[in-house]
Design a protein around this ligand. Structure first.
Ligand code: MG
Length: 484
């Protein structure tokens, strides 16, 4: 049954239908003032004459259709998501594989909904934990989980002085956890929110090292058999320290600390071209070879070494200069066309701007938690697209599985992706972190669980306490500290 109701310039239809129960619905439409409106007089006429056609026309009018749409139940996608607030932000520290790892857990007002982010600054973990628990928690409580950009921008300036590595890592933990939460709410993996996949999985490089070129060759061949097409080759200890030259004079006289490392820069400069020559001869031309200089030789020596490596066509040479020596890049570019990766020690995304504009390097080598998380990393990645500079996110053992997953989600959605550094996740690590990225045939993949896809077992995490003993000092023969 339909009843007509007139109130000022509106006509109302009271529609009563019968089913299991009586149901009524009332729809008001404006009858004057718009071109398509049916006038009150016309409507009265229809009713008076019982004009079926007229009433039918009224039902078909755009106003009726629109009014009807408003009163229908909205589809699920159009309902929007209820507001969710941050209830607590806290740090979880663990070291199942030896390196200190710090995770940020963002808890919310929605029961069971939380996010995880990587805040791992392994050398100063306790400082990051204090920044999270003593400052970030208070800053975040009661704020909307959805406004990631605003949270990032406001946290970035909330201490007035710009963030350094401690605060940036805390900020990264928050940022990645908010992306995790947003993706969980959207019921999709994070890479979908970043634009979706541009590749089916993420090509990775792994680390081959040894005390001699022969040991390096054996290691490269092992990884090639596993399907890796990109391998980083290093001689000596990590960062080429320790074993290239022995018995440093500073140790003999007790200068520095017992744990300080020694690097013979000349021995390193002589050994690296021989290593490349040996590996190329033994492993062929198909494998891509990478090498990290770790910023540990004089800038002019770095340039001469890279020129020598040209004939072995490396995929890239990483970190030739310390951050204090950026001006040397122009000379390097003029001297050689070997691709260069740079930026692991940068703190602020603005440090990438001019080198990218000047195309001083080819790969962006960012430690994502070091610059503040997914939000700033995506900005640098997208800027790189304009200059054909590719990504090569830092992915060593002092990145947590949550951080590795964040790397991988960005890689999947970034057109100008270059290569990803990978590590394997030990059984101990996987007893603490479930859903770790997986490696197959040289490719890394994330699972399709909503969010970043990695969870933490806090009881297991507590079994592996972190340590504050984490210093890495490398000296020359006379004891002078070498800047990485
Ligand atoms: Mg490096």
């Amino acid at each position: 049954m339909i009843l007509f109701i007139f109130v000022k310039d509106h006509i109302g239809l009271l529609i009563i239908t019968s089913g299991k129960f009586f149901k009524s619905e009332i729809i008001f439409m404006k009858t004057q003032g718009t071109k398509s409106a049916t006038s009150r007089r016309d409507a009265m006429k229809m009713i008076a004459t019982g004009s079926a056609a007229g009433i039918l026309g009224l039902f078909r009018s755009p106003l009726f259709q629109a009014a009807s749409q408003e009163n229908k139940e909205a589809p699920a996608y159009a309902k929007g998501m209820p507001a969710v607030k941050i209830s607590k932000v806290r740090a979880i520290a663990t070291a199942p594989a030896g390196s200190n790892l710090v995770i940020v857990k963002v808890e919310t007002t929605e029961p069971g909904l939380y996010g995880l982010g990587c805040a791992t600054f392994t050398q100063r973990a306790e400082a990051v934990i204090t920044a999270i628990n003593s400052y970030l928690d208070d800053f975040c409580r009661g704020k909307d989980v959805d406004n990631i950009e605003d949270m990032w921008q406001s946290a970035y300036v909330s201490s007035y002085w710009r963030n350094g590595p401690v605060l940036n890592n805390a900020l990264s933990g928050l940022d990645e956890a908010l992306w995790d939460i947003k993706a969980k709410r959207a019921n999709m993996p994070v890479y979908q929110l970043l634009g979706g996949k541009v590749r089916f999985a993420v090509p990775c490089y792994t680390h081959a090292s040894g005390q001699t070129p022969e040991e390096v060759i054996t290691s490269v061949q092992k990884f090639m058999a596993q399907g890796f097409r990109h391998v980083r080759i290093q001689l000596g200890g990590y960062g080429s320290v320790g074993t290239l030259g022995n018995n440093p004079d500073f140790k003999g006289v007790g200068f520095g600390a017992e744990s300080d490392s020694f690097m013979d820069q000349r021995a390193y400069l002589n050994a690296v071209p021989k290593m490349f020559e040996s590996v190329r001869k033994a492993c062929g031309e198909e494998v891509e070879l990478l090498h990290d200089m770790h910023e540990r030789v004089e800038p002019i020596d770095a340039i001469n070494l890279i020129k020598k490596l040209e004939e072995y066509h490396p995929f890239f040479i990483e970190d030739p200069f310390s951050p204090e020596n950026m001006e040397w890049f122009k000379q390097l570019r003029a001297a050689t066309s070997v691709p260069v990766a740079m930026g692991e020690l940068f703190n602020n995304i603005n440090e990438f701007r001019m080198p990218m504009v000047d195309q001083l390097f080819d790969f962006i080598r960012i430690h994502i938690s070091q610059i503040g998380g997914i939000t700033p990393a995506m900005k640098v990645a997208r800027l790189g697209e304009w200059f054909n500079i590719k990504t090569a996110w830092h992915g060593p053992g002092d990145v947590s599985p949550v951080g590795h997953a964040a790397n991988c989600h960005i890689d999947l959605a970034t057109w100008n992706f270059g290569i990803q550094e990978s590590v394997s996740f030990s059984d101990k690590l996987q007893s603490v972190f479930s859903g770790c990225p997986t490696m197959k045939n040289g490719y890394m993949s994330v699972n399709e669980v909503p969010g970043l896809g990695v969870d933490i077992n806090e009881k297991e995490a507590a079994k592996y306490p972190i340590t504050t003993k984490s210093n890495w000092i490398v000296r020359k023969r006379d004891g002078t500290v070498i800047r990485p």
